[in-house]
Design a protein around this ligand. Structure first.
Ligand code: DX5
Ligand code: ZN
Length: 217
């Protein structure tokens, strides 16, 4: 299975947003972290910035909503044209309905789980989502250390996906770099988010390195 690489633009140079997006065109998608300073202790962007990013890139945009009330806001990101709209199970009051609304608006629904949320929490509704994001840091900031306890969770989720004969993407987000990517792929992830590792150096080289390491983990 080919591993997809989605750079997170959270820690890119925001004064050069268009250039930074151009620098990652060898990636498979753009991961856009939306934070509201309530669900997480940090504030980033909202819909107007998502729209500007959508206008500036041809890559699919994966909106990661770290916000309270995703049931209200997720449909807006689908309407704006994001390819994947991923919201947190911990914040949603009606994840199945929100997933249905996202899908009806032409986007793929994704569900994200914090490090302490077990994979079993979504077992019964797994088929409702095209992507499950396992957080390998506490959400809120780029540049944090990878939490290794997520590795058995990835394995458990891969098993569930296979048993149910689904083709759900398993995304891992947080602290993924040249030191951690192999373990993440070996455990069963097929979509890698990487932020500070990609933007702290030459993004084209960083993406190529991640691809190589993911091919032969
Ligand atoms: C953290 C975000 C991540 C973050 C990843 O809350 O969801 O997407 O930007 O950045 P790194 O790769 O630096 O951990
Ligand atoms: Zn993210």
């Amino acid at each position: 299975m080919k591993t997809k690489i989605y750079p997170s633009v959270l820690n890119c140079d925001q004064m050069k947003f268009a250039e930074e997006l151009a620098a990652i065109k060898t990636a498979d998608g753009v991961h856009l972290d939306i934070m509201d300073n309530h669900f997480v202790p940090n504030l980033t962007w909202g819909l107007p910035t998502a729209q500007a990013v959508l206008n500036a890139t041809k890559l699919p945009v994966d909106a990661h909503l770290m916000i309270e009330d995703p049931d209200r806001w997720a449909p807006e990101y689908a309407k704006a044209g994001c390819a994947i709209v991923c919201f947190h199970l911990e914040a949603s009051k009606a994840p199945v309905r929100t997933a249905e609304v996202i899908r009806s608006l032409g986007a793929k629904p994704g569900i994200a789980l914090n490090p302490a949320t077990p994979v079993s929490a979504i077992k019964d509704i797994l088929g409702r989502f095209d992507q499950v994001t396992l957080m390998s840091v506490e959400p809120g900031f780029g540049g944090q250390g990878f939490i290794p306890e997520v590795l058995p969770k990835i394995k458990r989720l891969r098993k569930l996906v296979e048993e149910a004969r689904l083709d759900t993407d398993i995304q891992v987000d947080g602290g993924v770099n040249d030191k951690t990517v192999a373990q993440v792929v070996k455990a069963g992830a097929n979509v890698i988010v990487s932020g500070s590792f990609v933007f702290k150096r030459n993004p084209v080289e960083a993406i190529a390195d991640l691809r190589k390491l993911a091919e032969n983990p």
